[in-house]
Design a protein around this ligand. Sequence first.
Ligand code: FES
Ligand code: FES
Length: 172
Amino acid sequence: MPRITVTVDGITYQEDVEPRLLLVHLLRDRLGKTGTPIGCDTGNCGACTVMLDGMSVKSCSVLAVQADGNDVVTIEGLAHGNEWHPMQKAFHEEHALQCGYCTPGMIMAAIDLLRDDPDPSEETVREGLEGNLCRCTGYCNIVRAVRRGAREMSQRSMPEQAEQTEREVRTP
Ligand code: FES
Ligand code: FES
C-alpha cells in the first residue's frame, strides 16, 4: 500500500492508502475533515471542492495518492482562529445558504475564481461557479456573496500590499 505525505489545513500527515482511495474519503474518513461533504460522488455537484496546491478540485475526482507531497486546504482551514475568511463572512452576511450542503464547495470554488479575476462581474461569477450546484438558494444571494467577498478580500489585501511595498523600498 503506498504511503503518502500530505499537508491538510496546515498539518502534515503520513498515511498508508489504497491506490483507489479518493481524496474526499481520505479527508473525511481518515482525517476527520467532515466539513467537506459528498453530494454526488461523480464529479457533478461540486460539494466536495477543496484547494489542492492553491487550485480548486473536486475531491471525489482526485485520488489520495495524487495529493502526495501536496498542500490541501479544506473549508475547515480557511478561518484564522475565530476570524472567518472574508468569503465565509460574505456568505453569512448575504444569506447565501439554506441547507448549507453546497456551501463549503461554493466558497472554495469562489476563492479560486478570484485568482483570475479579483473583481468579477455577476456573469463571471455565474460562469465560474457553474460546476457547483445548489438545490436551495436560486443562486442570487450566492452571486452577491461572492462579489462582496471579492471586494472585502481586495480591501484586506491592500494594507498587506502597502506593507510589502514599504518593506521593499526600505530594503535596497
Ligand atoms: S461529491 Fe464531488 S462533485 Fe459531487
Ligand atoms: S444551500 Fe442547500 S444545496 Fe445550496
